[in-house]
Structure formats: C-alpha cells, structure tokens
Design a protein around this ligand. Structure first.
Ligand code: SF4
Length: 348
C-alpha cells in the first residue's frame, strides 16, 4: 500500500528542526512536514536517549533520594536496561552497544562524581533541576503565527541539567559520539542549539549565558570523557534571536508558497549522504514514499523520533505541563513542575 504522508507544519519547533531548515528547506519539508524517516531507528539517537535517561535516574537517586553512588548506580542500571529495551543494532561493529553505553555511564560517574562535581544542580524550593525542558510561545514582535491554527509557534528544547557552577547558572549538556574530532571544543562556539537555550533561560528570567558541554566518546576499544565550557555574549545571543525570527518568517513563506527550496549542494552528500536523495532525484518523489515510515518529530520527547505522536501543544492542555506568560516547563516523570512569572523551571 502506498504511503501518502499528510503535510503538517509543526507548531512546536526546536533547534534540530531549524538547523535542518537552514541547511535545506526541502529536507525540512520531507523530514518534519511529511514526517518521512528511514524504517530503522537511529542507534545514535537511541543510545543518546538511553544514556540521558540513565543519568537522570542516577542523579534523582543521588540528589533527591540521597542514595550513595553504588546504590544509585544499581537503580540507574534498571532504568538503563528498561530504556534500552529490545533495540537491535543493525550496523556491524557499531561501538554504541549496550555494554559499551553502560560502561560509558559508569565512566562518566567516575569522572564527575556528583558530590564533588563543580556543576551542581540549580535548586528552586529545594528541588534539583537535572533534565530541563522548556517551551516558549513565540507570541513576540516580528514572529509569524502558525498559518493553519493562527496560534503562536512554540520554541522548545531540553537539556541534561540546569546547574550552578561557582554560584552562576549554567547549562550542562552531554553529547555522545563515536570519535573525538580535532575541533570538538570549537564546534560549539556558534552552536545555535546552545545560543537558543541561553535565550530561552534568559527569557524566563534565569540569567544564563554559559554552557558546559560534556562529550562522551565511545569507540570500539575505549571510552573517553571531554569537556568544554562555552560563554556566549549577549550580542551573540541577540544575533541568534534575530536569525531565528528571520528563519521562522522564511519557513512560513515557504509553506504559504507551497515550495521548499532545494540545497542541491554539499548538504546532499555530507556525512553519510542525505536520506532524501532518491526523492530529490525523482520526477515523482511520491513513488519513493514507501521506502520510508512516517514518524513525527516531537521536540519534547527525549528520543524525538521514537513514536508517531504529533505534538499538539497549543493552549496549555498538554499533560504534565503547566504554562505561564513566559513559557512552560515540562517533566517526563510527572514530578513536581514549577512555573513562575519569571522562571520556567523543572526538577525531576
Ligand atoms: S538530497 Fe539535497 S536537496 Fe534533497 S532534501 Fe537532501 S539535502 Fe535537500
């Protein structure tokens, strides 16, 4: 049976989607409007999501329940095995096996023991803030409305910890990778994802302009931890915001025109080649739809492609969310969620 994907312009946008749109609007159309994805789930997305969920569980046991490290790790291992589930790695000699990813968790905890880690959770009313999500309505001057619903778009994101270092709010985010690139630290200098996180926190009243990036490098033979601390000037955050606004207007213009531009350049062939080359090469792209599955991207999910659910946040009626005039915070566990006029803050 031929798949006929329904074009749906997402109302919730995140940095991954916007980066895709910047690099190739046609890719954005295929991936985020039609929801087309290769049938195989990404091992990198899966392993990264499992790692993140496991650390969140570990930190909850340490910071919220007061367990010692061995007991907290034992509880986290249960989370790890549950989250990994029956996922099968289809690529030969891929380093992100469950054994290696668990070893990476243990190595991370040994490298950054929570009690002496310079980055400690940000506390509000006694709750630690590991795993932080935000969703901010773009009901702001210069931003377009969603052309179908008429509602503001929502800018969403999630990162591994809102913390404090030397008393200053910082974002901490882990990145798992299979190799350490020579420019690993520099590659975050203009990272729109992190600039957007800083903007979002500042928008809800948390004066943060620092991101601690922790790389967890998992190869077939070794595990390595690296760290970079990035300070983003308000000038740079402002530049990101202006570009963000322009990109949102371009996105709506493409939708209204019914035409999403093609890159037809380096983006088509970088990394392991764009997954949509068959569509872009064909006189009738619909002939290729059967080669894909429709899985909608949900920016508020730890593994955004793991389900077919379409995020439908439009008026604060999403389960486990509360909304303020400036945004809402979200917790996967359904644990306490606090939102104030000046701060959207989640503690798990
Ligand atoms: S193949 Fe090239 S033009 Fe087509 S969606 Fe991918 S990046 Fe864009």
């Amino acid at each position: 049976m031929t798949i006929i994907p329904q074009p749906i312009l997402p109302i919730i946008v995140d940095s991954t989607q916007l980066n895709c749109f910047s690099s190739c609007p046609q890719k954005f159309y295929n991936e985020y409007i039609l929801g087309l994805r290769p049938p195989d789930l990404s091992i990198d997305l899966h392993a990264g999501a499992v790692f993140s969920a496991t650390l969140e569980s570990f930190y909850r046991e340490v910071y919220t329940n007061g367990l010692e490290i061995p007991q907290a790790l034992a509880r986290a291992y249960a989370t790890f095995t549950h989250q990994w589930g029956d996922f099968i790695i289809r690529k030969d000699r891929h380093p992100k096996t469950p054994e290696n990813m668990w070893a990476a968790v243990e190595d991370y905890v040994n490298t950054y023991p929570p009690r002496s880690d310079l980055v400690q959770p940000y506390y509000t009313s006694g709750d630690a803030s590991f795993e932080y999500s935000f969703a901010i309505p773009l009901d702001l001057p210069g931003f377009p409305r969603h052309p179908v619903s008429g509602d503001p778009f929502i800018y969403a994101g999630r990162f591994d910890m809102l913390g404090r270092k030397n008393g200053i709010p910082v974002i901490r985010d882990e990145k798992t990778a299979q190799r350490l690139e020579s420019n690993w630290s520099e590659k975050w200098d203009l990272r729109s994802q992190f600039l957007g996180y800083c903007w979002a926190l500042q928008h809800v009243g948390i004066p943060c302009n620092t991101v601690i990036v922790r790389g967890v490098i998992v190869t077939l033979t070794s595990i390595r931890q690296v760290e970079a601390e990035k300070l983003y000037s308000n000038h740079l955050i402002g530049r990101w915001f202006e570009q963000f606004k322009r990109n949102m207007n371009r996105l709506v213009a493409c939708w209204n025109d019914g035409y999403f531009d093609y890159n037809l350049g380096d983006v088509c062939t970088q990394y392991s080649h764009c997954q949509f080359i068959p569509l872009c090469s064909s006189s009738d792209p619909a002939n290729w739809y059967d080669s894909y599955e429709v899985r909608r991207w949900n920016p508020l999910d730890r593994n955004p492609t793991s389900s077919n659910a379409v995020p439908t946040v439009s008026s604060g009626n999403q389960p486990q969310m509360s909304m303020s005039s400036s945004g809402f915070a979200h917790t996967n566990s359904g644990a306490a969620t606090k939102t104030a006029a000046t701060a959207a803050f989640t503690s798990n």
